[in-house]
Design a protein around this ligand. Structure first.
Ligand SMILES: [Ca+2]
Ligand SMILES: [Ca+2]
Length: 284
């Protein structure tokens, strides 16, 4: 038994020598960084609450620890969250990829088309095609709030204020941030505003509060809230909702020309937070 162990140990040592030699020969220490992007192609719309992003992967394939500075540049109307990504990249074996999110926006008037984002560092480069899509229609029957600028009295650190203006009404996606959750537990009121692109006729608001098998509205949804519209700089209440236990509340009211819509959360069913999955605004 003892002899077997000794044989195995010797084999491992011999293999180790061979591996070390092969590894040294294969490791390109002149250009030791590899860059990747996920996804390889990104779509973005020029609306304030429909930003986009990709994950930049940085891999040290050399044999020495290093600090990488990756420069980012964008063509056309594409705007990047930052122009430089710096990362400490230890020489892992096997190689280990460090990823970092790169946020992308384009202005509202960006011409649809394909533009490139380039990431470069010493000896390495990756190009990410950015497809700027046309604006979604905002005519009769369309959701006027889709992707428009959302602001709130507070937003829980785990959530994005744009979550209730991203076009996704599904509570099943709550855990992937398609909603807004305020940050002041057991303190009301909370407000959630969406500013429209321009004053428009508004006659119906659909308020989607949290309601899934895991998080039923009767327990986690907004119970009491006011729906308001902003007319001439002043907020007007168009619907008072009380005692709600459902996931979707329709507020229909006399058409009014407004430039923003607000949900005023007054109480939730379990008393802690105001939670909205989506707020939709229609002209009829
Ligand atoms: Ca949503
Ligand atoms: Ca609160």
């Amino acid at each position: 038994m003892r002899r077997q162990i000794a044989v195995v140990a010797m084999s491992a040592a011999a293999l180790g020598v061979i591996t070390a030699v092969a590894s040294t020969a294969a490791r390109p220490d002149d250009d030791p960084v590899r860059l990747t992007a996920t996804p390889e192609r990104v779509e973005v719309v020029g609306l304030p609450c429909l930003p986009s992003s990709f994950q930049l992967g940085m891999t040290n394939v050399g044999s020495a620890d290093l600090y990488a500075d990756v420069e980012l540049s964008a063509g056309g109307p594409v705007e990047l969250e930052r122009g430089l990504m710096s990362s400490w990249l230890p020489a892992w074996d096997p190689d280990h990829t460090v990823t970092s999110r790169v946020g992308i926006t384009v202005p509202r008037d960006a011409a649809p088309g394909s533009y490139d984002v380039r990431a470069t560092t010493d000896g390495a480069e990756v190009t990410v095609p950015i497809e700027v899509l046309p604006q979604p229609p905002k005519g009769p029957g369309d959701n006027l709030a889709l992707g428009e600028g959302a602001t709130a009295s507070s937003t829980h650190a785990n959530f994005d204020v744009c979550g209730a203006a991203d076009g996704n009404t599904s509570s099943a996606d709550w855990d992937t941030l398609t909603g807004w959750n305020d940050a002041t537990s057991r303190v009301f009121p909370d407000t959630y505003d969406i500013a429209l692109a321009a004053p428009a006729t508004v006659a119906r608001v659909e308020t989607w509060t949290l309601d899934s098998a895991q998080y039923p509205a009767a327990r986690y949804g907004l119970r009491d809230f006011d729906v308001q519209v902003r007319v001439g700089g002043a907020w007007q209440t168009v619907h008072e909702v009380r005692g709600n236990t459902t996931g979707r509340v329709t507020s229909a009211f006399a058409p009014v020309t407004a430039d923003a819509v607000r949900i005023v959360g007054l109480a939730s069913n379990n008393g802690d937070y105001s939670r909205l999955v989506e707020v939709e605004v229609f002209s009829g």
